[in-house]
Design a protein around this ligand. Structure first.
Ligand code: CP
Length: 328
């Protein structure tokens, strides 16, 4: 697959070869991300960073990734600061912003909105999350993290056991990650959620058709002895009301005591973040912060590498990054 000029809208676009290519480029980005080396390969290029829904990691790491490649970032944050709030269409917004930008990253609360926007764009659009639908760059960084963390124990994605926990209905990161895992072999997936927040049926079917072994439960106990535990937040913003979300808060708390009792000694804990640290939720307790198998911040760090790789690939500069090195 050639990435140059392509939108990145869904993980369905990828096969294993393209993932290998993205991860190869991501690894090559490490010295630039840590500022041991510097490149100006995107000097003069502009990222339109459009976030119509709250974000910390995705928005800032897209911006940092672009800056680290020498480009500049123009941001719009919040619907109210955009003419979308005056009734302008996604198509018109895309036509205009894409003439000011070389590439666009976008998050929007409605499923399918980023793809609709991309139809009007004259430059590549990278989906930073569209409602409960997809979060493809998060899925790539999650998979990149899983590969790295498992390698430390001599394991691979093929044949691993992953437990996904929490709000599997509205959590777009677990949707995208599950779709990517369909490209791999012999995975055991344990899906732990309240029945009302179960993984959507179409994703379950995809996983089953991929030959993976599925265990579905509404209990945490006895289901955490996996290689990876991927915890998620109750996605309050996608429920009809706060009260609807409230009934599920705090149901699947993971803390050091539960880890010691139910996980393997080397179970890697992941979470796309943000974790809800309010006492009534607290799905991933701070007492795990000193646990060396807590990979959540390594996961966030990896987001910069993967997003640098995606910018380099979609703008077709992945092979000339070195040529534009300059003094640190
Ligand atoms: N993981 C993630 O999407 O985080 P943000 O909402 O902070 O971007």
């Amino acid at each position: 697959m050639s990435f140059k000029g392509q939108h990145i809208l869904s993980v369905k676009q990828f096969d294993r070869d393209s993932i290998t290519r993205i991860f190869d480029i991501a690894r090559q980005m490490a010295p630039y991300a840590s500022r041991k080396k510097r490149t100006r390969v995107l000097d003069g290029a502009i990222l339109g960073n459009l976030f119509f829904e709250p974000s910390t990691r995705t928005r800032v790491s897209f911006g940092c990734a672009f800056n680290l490649l020498g480009g500049e970032v123009r941001e719009t944050t919040g619907m109210e600061s955009s003419a979308l709030s005056k009734g302008e269409s996604l198509f018109d917004t895309a036509r205009v912003i894409s003439s000011y930008s070389d590439v666009i990253a976008m998050r929007h609360p409605q499923a399918g909105s980023v793809a609709e926007f991309a139809e009007g764009s004259r430059v590549p659009v990278l989906n930073g999350g569209d409602g409960a639908n997809e979060h493809p760059t998060q899925a790539l960084l999650d998979l990149f993290t899983i590969e790295r963390e498992l390698a430390a124990s001599g394991l691979q994605i093929d044949g691993m056991h992953i437990a996904m926990v929490g709000d599997l209905k509205f959590g777009r990161t677990v949707h995208s990650l599950s779709k990517l895992l369909c490209l791999y072999r012999n995975i055991k997936l344990t899906l732990v959620s309240p029945a009302e927040l179960a993984m959507p049926d179409d994703i379950i079917s995809n996983l089953t058709n991929a030959g993976h072994q599925l265990v579905i439960s509404d209990k945490l106990e006895g289901h955490l002895n996996a290689d990876i535990v991927y915890q998620t937040r109750i996605q309050e913003e996608r429920f009809p009301s706060k009260a609807d979300a409230e009934q599920y808060r705090g149901k699947f708390r993971l803390n050091q005591e539960i880890y010691t009792r139910y996980c393997k000694s080397n179970t890697v804990i992941m979470h796309p973040l943000p974790r809800d640290s309010r006492i009534e939720a607290n799905e991933l307790d701070n007492d795990l912060n000193l646990n060396p198998n807590l990979a959540i911040f390594r996961q966030a760090d990896n987001g910069v590498l993967v997003r640098m790789a995606l910018f380099a690939l979609t703008l077709g500069v992945e092979n000339i990054v070195k040529d534009y090195e300059c003094a640190v």
